[in-house]
Design a protein. Structure first.
Length: 138
């Protein structure tokens, strides 16, 4: 899949037998992304009890991820998709607009994978509620 904040390679095959919450978010340390990460952090033990492993993905660097994890005490790994391979593979990279200007960015999307690594559910950009995201998954 990609390289995490520690420079370690993360592969989906490492998670066979566990359900995975693979969540794509636009940017470290922005208000919505922080709210979403903190919802997952605050409910991490419930997610783990339900058999989920949480993996976040953004196009930010390893260093940016390290700061984001430290600042918010995040108990899960974040993939630094700096080459935009995963965001393109999962179809969550595209044209966005804000204040009348368009730019390329990540659509906030969560993929729920079963124990075999098959996508069972997708929570799309218009559905993700950042402050209560863990409850949406559970």
């Amino acid at each position: 899949m990609g390289i995490n904040e520690k420079g370690e390679e993360i592969r989906l095959s490492n998670y066979v037998g566990r359900k995975v919450v693979l969540y794509f978010y636009p940017k470290d340390s922005t208000s919505g992304c922080t709210a979403q990460a903190c919802s997952l952090r605050d409910n991490y033990s419930e997610l783990r009890k339900a058999g989920y492993e949480v993996i976040g993905v953004s196009v930010d660097s390893e260093k940016s991820h390290q700061k984001f994890i430290e600042k918010n005490q995040l108990p899960f790994t974040l993939i630094a998709d700096t080459e935009k391979k995963l965001v393109q593979e999962f179809g969550v990279w595209g044209e966005k607009s804000m204040y009348g200007r368009t730019y390329m960015g990540t659509f906030r999307t969560t993929f729920i994978l079963n124990e075999e690594g098959v996508v069972e559910r997708i929570i799309g950009p218009k559905e993700v509620k950042t402050k209560t995201h863990a409850a949406q998954i559970l």
